[in-house]
Design a binder for this molecule. Structure first.
Ligand SMILES: [Zn+2]
Ligand SMILES: [Zn+2]
Length: 331
């Protein structure tokens, strides 16, 4: 089969590999759609844990075409989305229902071979039935599940008046997850085209920046401010946009070691909450449900659908001005 392989830091090549044999408790998936994520670039650059050589790709959906020993035969021929996390199940975080913080955290696409290939072997416990979704939409379940984790961390509900800072692909997924929970969402995003798209995804209002969003309501802030920009200067602005009793959700990936100024008196006196949200946390089923239930035009997120032969060059499209989700269609 064709697969992208990370041989070593900075060395990615499309190559031929044997089709994997599913082990006990595993299935063989024919990959129907696989997204490229900024994390895949970070893994190649050495900024994220991984064991080389590895087939990258943690955002994929496929069809079960073969079963390992002991697997329920009803999985055969099913279309599934995949939770990429492989966790120990017995450390203090796993026991507390926070497997994304597992002491022995591994994932498909970083420590185990992932989805940027024609086939991949996956444990049945990582499969989520996604039969009624188009495969390219099912492959959005993993990035949406990250936003679902953020929504769960922040306890987003219909009473929430939310500001999302950033309306790129991740901002739109967050808008989708928050919208399904009934929150009223305002977006702060410098690019007019992205603001326009955010309205199609359900944003009630949009502004070019966080300070403009706050000024438009005479300085009154929001119940929840979610940063997806990953920029410390924007996070600083977000801190000034939280209403009394409100919370800040840090979802965008700021550079390690970056800093913002926090007034502890302000956090104390106005009872503010600062939350982080990392990866998925058993939230794949919620994401698949949201993909079914949302009125947001989620398929618009997929701006590129390319054959595997486009790898690794297609990595250059990630973050390009006219691209949102770049996906591979291996078959
Ligand atoms: Zn990702
Ligand atoms: Zn664990």
């Amino acid at each position: 089969m064709k697969a992208l392989v990370y041989r070593a830091l900075g060395v990615a090549e499309l190559t031929d590999l044997p089709v994997p044999t599913p082990g006990p408790g595993e299935v063989l998936l024919r990959v129907d759609a696989a997204g490229i994520c900024r994390t895949d670039l970070e893994i190649l650059a050495g900024n994220y844990s991984a064991i080389f050589p590895v087939v990258p790709g943690h955002e994929f959906a496929g069809t079960v075409v073969d079963l390992g020993a002991g697997v329920d035969p009803s999985w055969r021929n099913r279309q599934v989305a995949v939770d990429p996390l492989i966790t120990c199940g017995h450390c203090r975080w796993c026991r507390a229902g926070r497997p994304n913080l597992c002491a022995d955290f591994q994932a498909y696409g970083s420590e185990r071979d992932g989805g940027l290939a024609e086939y991949v072997a996956v444990r049945t416990e990582n499969l989520v039935n996604a039969e009624d979704l188009a495969p390219e939409v099912a492959a959005l379940a993993e990035p949406l599940a990250c936003a679902e984790n953020g929504a769960a961390r922040a306890g987003v509900g219909p009473a929430d008046d939310v500001l999302i800072a950033g309306a790129g692909p991740i901002g739109l997924l967050m808008l989708t997850a928050f919208g399904v929970r009934g929150a009223r969402v305002t977006v702060a995003e410098p690019q007019a085209q992205r603001r326009e798209r955010a309205h199609r995804f359900g944003a009630a209002e949009s502004f070019a920046s966080v300070p403009e969003a706050v000024a438009a309501r005479d300085g009154a802030g929001f119940d929840l401010v979610a940063d997806v920009s990953g920029r410390p200067d924007v996070v600083q602005q977000c801190l000034g946009a939280i209403r009394k009793g409100g919370r800040l959700l840090l979802f965008g990936v700021c550079p390690p070691g970056s800093a913002v100024q926090l007034d502890p008196h302000d956090v104390y006196a106005r009872e503010l909450t600062v939350l982080g949200s990392f990866s998925v946390n058993g939230t794949l089923p919620a994401a698949v449900a949201s993909l079914r239930d949302t009125t947001a035009p989620v398929a618009e997120l997929i701006t590129h659908r390319l054959p595997l032969d486009a790898l690794p060059g297609a990595f250059d499209l990630v973050g390009a001005p006219d691209s949102l989700k770049v996906q591979l269609a291996p078959h």
